[in-house]
Design a protein around this ligand. Structure first.
Ligand SMILES: NC(=O)c1ccc[n+]([C@@H]2O[C@H](COP(=O)([O-])OP(=O)(O)OC[C@H]3O[C@@H](n4cnc5c(N)ncnc54)[C@H](O)[C@@H]3O)[C@@H](O)[C@H]2O)c1
Length: 248
């Protein structure tokens, strides 16, 4: 359980769902985890629980809608640790609406959290990774990043944008040895987002998000000469890693 020992990780969306599971998995593998989220009391509860179990984790309030909040997070992490090894951009939001019902405000909110927020996070932490000539960035995408879904106008646009952003960042950062990938859950997971979006049928088969975290741990260990510039299916890869005995 020490695959990430000595590494510094930042996980957005760490108060709930997939981000909470990823923060937990990174901490259990020995990383110093900075969990960041706008739901501060839930986030602190989660990070305290990790610390009480003997792991290293710290809560930092973050609102991805506010560039100053992203800058403050980067300042905190880089002043305290002097570096970052792993950046997991997991936070995201969805509003399910038809094209004609989607308001400009809803469009802006979703694009600003899911896409501009990731741009700001990568921009804030890339200089430190470039300086170290190492690091791994993973941006949580979706099937909605590669195919269209009805009533997911702004969400699909944000995730397709995230795919493009990530492919371009991968090219900018690969000469510095930094791995940049997108990762999609690959299976229905039980989270507060899917509570709203999944049908009752799908809820019968959803899985605990902790089951997709081995793929995130594997990505955290990559450089640009390893798994890089890929769209990773977290469930499929985690199953492969379990079958190979690399993860439980
Ligand atoms: N749940 C699914 O089935 C599913 C499927 C495909 C992709 N995803 C993606 O996985 C990621 C995590 O989703 P989830 O299902 O765990 O959702 P969730 O709603 O359970 O968790 C999302 C987290 O992001 C945080 N967040 C939202 N807006 C924020 C902001 N402005 N600043 C800081 N934090 C903010 C929330 O507080 C929450 O803790 C998202 O990017 C989502 O698009 C989820």
């Amino acid at each position: 359980m020490n695959k990430l020992s000595g590494k510094v990780a930042v996980v957005t969306g760490a108060a709930r769902g997939i981000g909470r599971a990823v923060a937990r998995a990174f901490a259990l593998e020995g990383a110093m985890v900075y969990g960041a989220d706008r739901e501060v009391s839930e986030l602190e509860f989660e990070m305290n629980a990790l610390r009480e179990s003997g792991w290293t984790a710290q809560a930092v309030a973050l609102d991805l809608l506010k560039p100053d909040s992203v800058a403050a997070l980067a300042k905190t992490v880089l002043e305290q640790q002097g570096r970052i090894d792993i950046l997991a951009n997991v936070a995201g939001v969805i509003i399910e609406k038809h094209l004609v019902d989607t308001t400009l405000e809803e469009w802006d909110t979703i694009l600003n959290i899911n896409l501009r927020g990731v741009f700001l996070m990568c921009k804030a932490f890339a200089p430190s990774m470039k300086h170290a000539e190492s690091g791994s960035i993973m941006n949580v995408s979706s099937r909605a990043g590669v195919m269209g879904f009805a009533n997911e106008i702004a969400y699909c646009a944000s995730k397709f944008g995230l795919e493009g952003l990530s492919r371009a960042i991968a090219k900018d950062l690969e000469v510095y040895g930094i791995a940049v990938n997108t990762i999609t859950p690959g299976v229905p997971t039980q989270t507060s987002m899917s509570m709203q979006t999944y049908s009752e049928e799908t809820k019968k088969i959803w899985k605990d998000p902790i089951l997709i975290t081995p793929a995130f741990v594997e990505l955290a260990l990559q450089s640009s000469s390893g798994i890089h510039d890929q769209y990773v299916n977290a469930w499929q890869r985690s199953e492969e890693l379990r079958a190979a005995g690399w993860a439980t």
